[in-house]
Unconditional design. Structure first.
Length: 467
C-alpha cells in the first residue's frame, strides 16, 4: 500500500497527488516505526510534493514532512541511512528552493540524531553541501552553512570541512569574492572563531598558489577588522602583547602573523590591532621592498578608512598618550603609512588626524615649559629602563617575525617572476643569456670608453709639447 501511495504522489493528476499525500500523512501517524523499511520512499514522495505548484498539495506535503521528520527523529531502531542520504543529496539539485531547504533541514536533523553514523557517509554528502554554497538563494546557503557547522563539531570533520572550503575557494575565485565573507562570518558565529582562523592559517601556509593565499588573507583580514562575530578573536589579539597575555593569546598572534605575511597591508593592520606598535614601525620600513600596485594602494586606502572606525578607537586614543613608551612607534607607523599614499582623500584623512596630534604635542609642550618638567626626570628614567628591558625581551621575537615576513614576501616576488617567465615567448634560459650578454656588452663599452678617456689626454699633451 505504501508503494502505491509513493507512486501516486508522482502522478500528473492533481487529485491523485493530493489524495496520496493526505493518505501518506495518515499512514505516518498510524504506522509509526512499522514503516521503517519504507522511510526512503516516503521521504522521496514528500520532497516531490513539497514544492508542488498547487498550494493545497504543497501545504499537505509540509504537514506530512513535519510528521515524518518527528517519526524518524524518535525512531530508536536501526535503519539504513544510505538510501535516505542518497535521496536527500539528489534533492539538493532540485530547481525549487523549498525542496532544497527541506532537504537541508533533514540532513541537519539526521546529523543531530546520529552524528557518528552520518560521518561514515560524509564522503558522499560533503561534495553536495559544498556545491550548495554557490546556490542562488541566500536562504539555502545559510541553512547549508548550519549543516556544515554541525558536521564540524567533530574535530576530524572540522579540519576536513575547512580544507574542502579552502580548496573550493581556490578553484572558484568568483565564489570567494561573492560568498567568501558570508561563509566565514556564518561559521564563526556558529563555531569558535579563533579555532577557525587558526586552522585556516595552518591550511593556507601549505598552499603553493601564493596569489590565492594573498587574496584570501585579504578577505579574512577584512572580516577580522569589521565583523562582530570576530570580537573574541580581536580581544585575544589585543591581549597578545600585554603583560597578562596567556600562551594561547601569544600563539594566536604568531600563527596569524605567519599566514598574514602573504599580504603586507594585512600584516601591518594585524600589528595595529594587537597594539604592537614597535613591530608595526619596523614592518612599515620593509614596505619599500614590496611591489606597490594599484591593489596595494587600494588596501591602504581601505585600512585608513577602518582606522576611523570603532574597531580602532583605542588606537586613536593611544595617540593622546604622549608619554607612553610606544607613542613614537605608533606615530612612525602612521606617518609611514602616510608616506606610502599618493595625494588623495585617504591621505588627507590621515594627515588631518596626525596634524591634530601635532597640535596636541605643541600644547602639552607649552604647558610643561610653564610649570617645569624637572620633577618628571626621575620617572622618565624609570620608564626608559622599563622600555629597555621590554625591548630586550621582545627583540628576538620581533626579529623572528620580521624574518618570516621577508621570507614570505621573497617567495611572492619569485612567484610573480615565474608567472611572467611563463608568459614570455623566450625559452627559460634565453632571457638569462640575453641579460648576461647585455651586461658583458655594456661592460666592454664602459671599458672602451674608459681607455679612450685615458689615451686622449696623453696624445693631446704630446702635441702641446711638440708645439
Amino acid at each position: 500500500m505504501v508503494n502505491i501511495l509513493v507512486a501516486q504522489c508522482h502522478s500528473k493528476e492533481k487529485f491523485n497527488r493530493l489524495t496520496a499525500i493526505n493518505w501518506m500523512t495518515e499512514f505516518i501517524s498510524l504506522g509509526g516505526t512499522h514503516l521503517i523499511l519504507y522511510y526512503s520512499g516516503i521521504l522521496g514522495s514528500i520532497m516531490y510534493c513539497i514544492s508542488d505548484p498547487e498550494p493545497d498539495i504543497c501545504a499537505a506535503a509540509k504537514t506530512a514532512n513535519i510528521g515524518f521528520m518527528n517519526l524518524v527523529k524518535a525512531t530508536t531502531e536501526h535503519f539504513d541511512l544510505l538510501p535516505i542520504i542518497h535521496s536527500l543529496t539528489l534533492e539538493l539539485l532540485s530547481d525549487y528552493v523549498t525542496t532544497r531547504v527541506a532537504s537541508l533541514h533533514w540532513i541537519n536533523m539526521l546529523h543531530e540524531k546520529d552524528p557518528v553514523e552520518m560521518n561514515q557517509h560524509i564522503g558522499e554528502l560533503l561534495p553536495a553541501l559544498l556545491k550548495t554554497i554557490s546556490d542562488s538563494a541566500d536562504e539555502v546557503v545559510l541553512i547549508n552553512l548550519q549543516v556544515l557547522a554541525r558536521i564540524s563539531l567533530d574535530v576530524v570533520q572540522f579540519n576536513r570541512v575547512l580544507n574542502a572550503l579552502v580548496q573550493l575557494f581556490m578553484e572558484d575565485r568568483p565564489l570567494l569574492e561573492t560568498r567568501g565573507a558570508m561563509v566565514i562570518r556564518k561559521l564563526c558565529s556558529l563555531l569558535d572563531s579563533s579555532s577557525i582562523y587558526m586552522t585556516l592559517a595552518k591550511i593556507l601556509n601549505t598552499k603553493t598558489d601564493l596569489e590565492f593565499t594573498g587574496l584570501i588573507v585579504q578577505t579574512l583580514n577584512l572580516i577580522l577588522l569589521t565583523a562582530p562575530e570576530l570580537s573574541p578573536l580581536r580581544k585575544s589579539l589585543k591581549n597578545s602583547f600585554q603583560p597578562h597575555a596567556s600562551e594561547q593569546d601569544k600563539q594566536t598572534f604568531a600563527s596569524l602573523f605567519h599566514c598574514w605575511a602573504h599580504n603586507p597591508v594585512a600584516t601591518f593592520s594585524l600589528c595595529l590591532l594587537a597594539q604592537c606598535y614597535d613591530l608595526s614601525a619596523k614592518l612599515i620600513l620593509r614596505f619599500a621592498e614590496v611591489d606597490v600596485t594599484v591593489g596595494f594602494l587600494m588596501q591602504i586606502d581601505k585600512l585608513i578608512q577602518l582606522l576611523e572606525s570603532p574597531i580602532f578607537i583605542q588606537l586613536r586614543l593611544h595617540l593622546l598618550e604622549t608619554d607612553a613608551p610606544s607613542h613614537a612607534d605608533l606615530l612612525k607607523s602612521l606617518y609611514g603609512l602616510l608616506m606610502l599614499l599618493p595625494q588623495s582623500q585617504a591621505y588627507k584623512t590621515l594627515s588631518d588626524r596626525l596634524t591634530t596630534v601635532s597640535s596636541l604635542h605643541m600644547h602639552i609642550g607649552l604647558n610643561n615649559a610653564n610649570r617645569g618638567i624637572t620633577s618628571n626626570n626621575n620617572n622618565h628614567v624609570a620608564v626608559v629602563k622599563d622600555v629597555d628591558i621590554k625591548g630586550k625581551d621582545n627583540l628576538a621575537l620581533y626579529s623572528s617575525l620580521i624574518g618570516q615576513f621577508e621570507v614570505i614576501q621573497e617567495k611572492h616576488t619569485e612567484y610573480r617572476l615565474s608567472l611572467l617567465r611563463q608568459k614570455s615567448l623566450l625559452p627559460t634560459n634565453t632571457g638569462t643569456m640575453i641579460a648576461n650578454a647585455s651586461s658583458t656588452s655594456m661592460l666592454n663599452m664602459a671599458t672602451g670608453n674608459a681607455s679612450q678617456s685615458v689615451v686622449t689626454p696623453i696624445s693631446n699633451s704630446s702635441n702641446m709639447g711638440g708645439n
